[in-house]
Design a protein around this ligand. Structure first.
Ligand code: SAH
Length: 459
């Protein structure tokens, strides 16, 4: 390790930047996160820098030795090698640590990439070996560390003396783990900072009394199959769950992301095969959450669309168990994206219907006249078996046999197929489907997808 990482206290310290252009501004933006006194020396300054007065002091001439007499750090950021070298020499003469922007060898110290959740700050350095890698690590941390982490850490810090009432070791660690993992983020999301303090008091009382945590259920939308289409919230909850109860439609790639220690239970239907009765699913949710588990109920697509969500939330309400819903990408959105199509379009359709062609009693009726109207766009879920029924109803209500129909099977998955057909051929096209499919009535694929679909499935 050539560069030793330290966190330098810049409160009230003097930092000088030589330069007034983009390079100087980039360093300035970072330094403004501190309480340092900042001076910039240059013949000219960008308007963005000028606008920062009086927070920063501007000296309208090149940096001189006298500017450095009480400086803690100096940045040579003139974007001119000769000028930067001059500043470096002045810095060394004054005994000040120098950073020469974009010149690792000439610098005494380097500024790492940082992820800022003040007071939690992560610094990433690669000693100049791989700035791209540093950016990648930073991007990963930016998405992994909740924006609220800084606020939680600040409130947590103030609460540390109270937490000392817990015995040192595991008891105290468990308390803080529960606060940072679950209780803190939840309280902040739902009630803001004032709730966090109240939650800390309650949490401490519970840990002092050694009571188990209350269970809860998160209804997490798993999206159409591609794990990259999961929301960040979904990823985080999969990483924390004690028990995951999932529909069979949820892809293996997503199940891979579940915390190793979690118990995984498959329920629901597989195609038209046997299904676990809804009452048993409700009972399983209540049972596990009732025992204090953090349960993730993982549903395909968006949890609130044709997912029988209310039956499950009603059961939890009846049992007095807390729950929340995490929205996600529904399969109609993924299908449209694959087709390069927009689900609504000015002058074509101002509304979009999400329809299922069968319910628990069999084929389901819909507002067929509206669905048959020219320009109407409908996303038909669970439509494979009902294709002939839907075709008949639409034709009966005046739809053109030439109405465009796009079908996307296994949307967003590696085995996705797209095809373009007409209403007249819908039953034949649907008969060839094996996986879950969205039937988009009234929507032609855009040209690129259209030409591809011809080779995929010639009808
Ligand atoms: N909540 C889900 C829908 C559940 S109903 C959602 O928002 O997508 C199940 C139906 O969803 C399937 O019959 C099929 O029509 C559709 N579906 C689910 N996953 C799909 C996928 N990857 N590709 C195409 N259709 C899919």
């Amino acid at each position: 390790m050539q560069h030793f990482p330290i966190f330098l206290n810049l409160n009230g310290a003097h930092v000088v930047i030589g330069g007034g252009g983009e390079a100087a501004l980039a360093k300035l933006r970072l330094l403004l996160k501190t309480e340092a006194r900042i001076t910039l020396c240059a013949s000219a300054f960008l308007p963005d820098i000028m606008a920062l007065r009086p927070r920063v002091t501007l000296v309208h001439r090149p940096l001189l030795g006298c500017d450095l007499h009480d400086a803690r750090l100096v940045y040579a950021a003139t974007e001119d090698d000769a000028q930067d070298a001059r500043i470096r020499a002045l810095g060394h003469k004054a005994g000040v640590l120098v950073n020469v922007v974009d010149n690792l060898d000439a610098s005494d110290f380097i500024t790492p990439a940082i992820v800022d959740r003040d007071p939690v700050v992560v610094a990433i350095g690669t000693e100049g070996a791989a700035p791209v890698l540093a950016r990648k690590i930073k991007a990963g941390l930016e998405s992994d560390l909740p924006a609220s982490l800084g606020t939680l850490a600040r409130i947590g810090k103030a609460f540390r003396p109270m937490a000392e009432n817990l015995p040192m070791g595991a008891a105290r660690r468990d308390f803080w783990a529960e606060f940072y993992d679950r209780a803190g983020p939840d309280a902040l999301a739902h009630g803001g900072e004032s709730d966090v303090r109240a939650v800390l008091d309650g949490l401490l009382a519970r840990h002092m009394a050694q009571e188990p945590a209350a269970g809860k259920v998160d209804f997490v939308s798993a999206g159409p199959g591609d794990p990259d289409l999961l929301t960040l919230k979904a990823r985080k909850l999969l990483d924390r769950a004690d028990v995951v109860i999932h529909d069979r439609l949820v892809s293996g790639a997503i199940l891979e992301l579940i915390r190793r220690e979690a118990r995984i239970i498959a329920v629901g239907k597989e195609g038209y095969g046997p299904s676990v009765p809804q009452s048993e699913i409700n009972a399983a949710l209540v049972e596990h959450a009732g025992q204090g588990a953090h349960v993730v109920r993982l549903k395909g697509g968006d949890a609130s669309i044709f997912g029988r969500l209310d039956e499950e939330t009603d059961a939890l309400d009846a049992a007095g168990i807390a729950w929340q819903v995490i929205p996600g990408v529904t399969s109609a959105s993924a299908a449209a994206a694959s087709l390069g199509q927009s689900l609504t379009r000015r002058g074509r359709n101002r509304d979009l219907r999400l329809v299922t062609a069968h319910d628990m009693k069999g084929f389901a009726e819909a507002d067929w006249r509206a669905l048959a109207a020219p320009g109407a766009v409908t996303a038909l879920y669970m439509g494979k078996r009902a294709a002939r029924f839907v075709q008949g109803r639409l034709l009966m209500h005046g739809a053109s046999p030439a109405m465009d129909v796009a079908i996307v099977e296994n949307a967003s998955c590696p085995d996705e197929t797209r095809l373009h057909t007409a209403l007249s051929d819908l039953p034949q096209a649907a008969a060839n489907l094996r996986g879950p499919a969205i039937i988009l009535l009234g929507l032609p694929p855009r040209r690129a997808a259209q030409s591809q679909s011809k080779t995929e499935l010639a009808l």
